[in-house]
Design a protein around this ligand. Structure first.
Ligand code: UD1
Length: 359
């Protein structure tokens, strides 16, 4: 029996592994194990996703928690090595670009264990992003490169990756979205937030943004201006919460900005689907909004997901909140982007991946 071990660690990983796990349940010849590194550990950053996405309790929980990049990466490697020693899987699956992704790939590569990387080939060409380093290094040592959008193919070929390792399969995060959209239709989040009108959905968590004093004070101004146009829903990442509290000046924030704790998958999907506009610095939300045809403004200077801008509803505006504010007002005034859905974002990516792995 073939043994495959999938790694999850941080919030954006759970929805990418859930459809893979589900697909493996149709393959009794495969023993599929899940290891959670514990990079994200708050109930609202982790546990709620296991419930929402119907994932089983992980077979291994490393409980590594927060720390500097070196502490977190090294901490995961030390503990993950013991898991690999015990289980000796034929293959590990890693997703995305978080510290857990590179930590576990690096550990497996040195033990001669094969690696499949889901969401391979994405590049922002910005090495100041820790995720860019994680992406490049993980791809270099992976045996299966599962690519979610055309740009990934171009990048991997340009870098000289072995073409036999590259598989254009689409986006497993969209599998989860397609699968759970019907459930999201029944979400109670609108009643909970007393939200029965058009709204803007905001998420910001990138250290390059929210660790900057200038950015946070600009953000307060933007929230106060935009809230005069529409209600705003702002689920807050733990890092952002810390920085907002440091600078809190409640006078500037109208009651039309609804701050919430980080939300679960189903409730957040309901908010994404029905938003008039999303303002975000997340990677995944750029893709989810493109799939749903929802207007999205990305508060970054670059994106590793160019199809969302080239053919989707995403606009890359940069990190100056005054510019974000102007772009948002234009969208609310009717200047909407029409978009289409990138190739193979069809809800069947996990099937394609598992078929390749089981052949
Ligand atoms: C990580 C990923 C990022 C991804 C993001 C999604 C890396 C390098 N970055 O960033 O790509 O977009 O996850 O959220 O892997 N914290 C809590 N509770 C938690 C988790 C974190 O309070 O459950 C706080 C801690 O103060 C921690 C901080 O958030 O220091 C940052 O967490 P960390 O895992 O280092 O990275 P993220 O910023 O979440």
């Amino acid at each position: 029996m073939q043994k495959i071990l999938s790694v999850v660690g941080a919030r954006p990983n759970f929805m990418k592994i859930a459809p893979i796990h589900k697909e493996f349940t149709n393959h009794p010849e495969i023993k599929h194990l899940i290891c959670h590194t514990g990079q994200h550990y708050d109930k609202k950053m982790s546990e709620i996703f296991f419930t929402d996405l119907e994932l089983p309790k992980p077979d291994f929980y490393l409980g590594v928690g927060s720390g500097t990049h070196a502490e977190q990466t090294a901490g995961i490697m030390i503990k993950f090595e013991k898991v690999l020693e015990k289980e000796n899987p034929d293959l590990i699956i890693v997703v995305g670009d978080v510290n857990s992704t590179i930590a576990c790939s690096l550990t497996a590569a040195k033990m001669g264990i094969k690696i499949a990387h889901i969401e391979a080939g994405l590049r922002s060409f910005d090495n100041t992003m820790p995720e860019e380093i994680n992406r490049i290094l993980t791809d270099r040592i992976s045996d299966y490169l599962f690519v979610s959008e055309k740009a990934g193919l171009r990048n991997l070929k340009h870098e000289g990756a072995d073409e036999k390792k590259i598989f254009f399969v689409g986006n497993t995060m969209i599998d989860s979205l397609v699968n759970y959209l019907p459930k999201a239709e029944n979400s109670q989040i609108f009643e909970k937030l007393k939200l029965h009108e058009n709204y803007i959905l905001i998420t910001l968590h990138r250290p390059a943004n929210v660790d900057s004093d200038i950015f946070i004070s600009q953000l307060y101004k933007t929230l106060s201006v935009l809230s005069k146009h529409r209600k705003i829903v702002f689920p807050i990442h733990p890092r952002t919460r810390k920085n907002l509290e440091l600078h809190s000046n409640n006078d500037e924030i109208s009651e039309r900005v609804i701050f919430t704790e980080p939300l679960g998958y189903i409730d957040f999907l309901a908010l994404t689907k029905n938003a008039e506009l999303i303002i975000t610095d997340s990677g995944g939300i750029q893709e989810e909004s493109t799939f749903l045809g929802v207007q999205c403004i990305t508060v970054r200077d670059n994106t590793e997901r160019p199809s969302t801008v080239e053919i989707g509803t995403n606009q890359l505006i940069g990190t100056n909140m005054e510019k974000v504010e102007s772009a948002a007002i234009e969208v609310l005034g009717g200047k909407k982007k029409t978009g289409s859905i990138p190739e193979l974002w069809d809800g069947s990516t996990a099937k394609r991946i598992v078929k390749i792995l089981t052949n």
